[in-house]
Design a protein around this ligand. Structure first.
Ligand code: NAD
Length: 307
């Protein structure tokens, strides 16, 4: 009977799924991380989220480890060079939180359009502003507007489906995937920047994408366009975003991510009223957590069938 350690908090359904598949399950999410190297040697598999770092001493002591399940997408908490050299299989759940992130991007689009964040802050601090806010928050609709996606993989496509259902057009640019069943694909990012009312980023941070949205790109946008970043800090040049907000070229910057997290107190974006922020919670929903947990367990079970 293979022994599996659950070292980060997962949905409890995982225990039932693994036990039914014949695993001996150890719920270890309350074990301090520094104690894991002392026990890891007993286990054939481990399921982690982002808190457990499977590298260094933990990996050295994992003498029986055959499979690592990562409930989530990123594998940066695993030393993939060592796992590959030792033939340890690594499985993850890339699609489990797609809808969670797409819904946050949609929330950003709608919140910026009707300015509910500003309304809430103003009225809470000064109830008398209720009337004056009516005029100030006189707004527009998303119906008939154009969503421009940069990166049209899982999350970008999911957002396109939602926005089209709300009456928007969806255009997109992707450096590696030229076709998409729901997005009107354009051959360059510049076309997206020029045509879209709302631009949403859904691509990884790489050498190629670092600071890819800077002063030149803001200048190409429609005046007052909204930029949504639920991808990664570092893709947007934050100083250039601030300058574009101050000049009015950028209407709103809605972001779940910063180049440095948490952002420094002197980051100018924190001072601008047309910046909407969430604290890197794109993937964090109850439903997303459930799907990531269950899919990680299922993928680990499959991986053992191939051993
Ligand atoms: P995905 O791999 O399905 O799609 C990413 C797309 O980006 C791919 O189609 C790829 O071809 C495209 N791409 C890569 N480099 C590009 C470039 N230089 N120019 C244009 N397109 C490029 O990934 P996904 O599941 O849709 O996730 C997208 C991103 O969302 C992830 O890379 C991650 O950075 C981010 N993310 C954020 C959160 C959060 O908590 N906010 C959670 C999950 C994912």
């Amino acid at each position: 009977m293979p022994k599996i350690l659950l070292s980060d908090k997962l949905n409890e359904k995982v225990i039932e799924i693994l036990e039914n598949a014949g695993f001996e399950v150890k719920v270890g999410w309350d074990i301090p991380k520094e104690e894991l190297p002392q026990i890891i040697g007993e286990y054939d598999a481990i399921i982690i989220r982002s808190a457990t770092k499977v590298r260094g001493e933990l990996l050295e002591k994992a003498i029986n480890l055959k499979v690592i399940g990562r409930a989530g997408v990123g594998l940066d908490n695993i030393d993939l060079e060592v796992t590959m050299n030792r033939g340890i299989k690594v499985v993850n759940t890339p699609a489990a939180t797609t809808n969670s992130v797409a819904e946050l991007a949609l929330t950003m689009i709608l919140s910026s359009t009707r300015d509910v964040v500003k309304g809430t802050c103003e009225i809470k601090s000064n109830p008398e502003s209720f009337k004056s806010m009516k005029k100030e928050l006189f707004s527009r609709e998303i119906d008939g507007k154009t969503l421009g996606l940069i990166g049209t993989g899982r999350i970008g496509t999911s957002l396109a489906v939602k926005c089209k259902a709300l009456g928007m057009d969806a255009i997109g640019y992707d450096a590696y995937v030229p076709e998409n069943p729901v997005v009107d694909m354009k051959p360059s990012m510049e076309e997206i920047l020029k045509e879209a009312d709302y631009i949403s980023l859904h691509l990884p941070l790489t050498d190629e994408t670092k600071n890819m949205i800077g002063a030149d790109q803001f200048n190409l946008m429609k005046k007052g366009a909204v930029l949504v970043n639920c991808a990664r800090g570092g893709i947007v040049d934050e100083k250039a975003a601030y300058d574009a907000l101050v000049s009015g070229q950028l209407g709103y910057y809605c972001t779940d991510v910063f180049e440095k997290e948490p952002p420094s107190a002197d980051n100018p974006l924190l001072t601008h009223e047309h910046v909407i922020i969430s604290p890197h919670i794109g993937a964090q929903t109850a439903e997303g957590n459930y799907r990531a947990s269950v899919q990680a367990a299922e993928r680990v079970i499959e991986a053992f069938k191939d051993l």
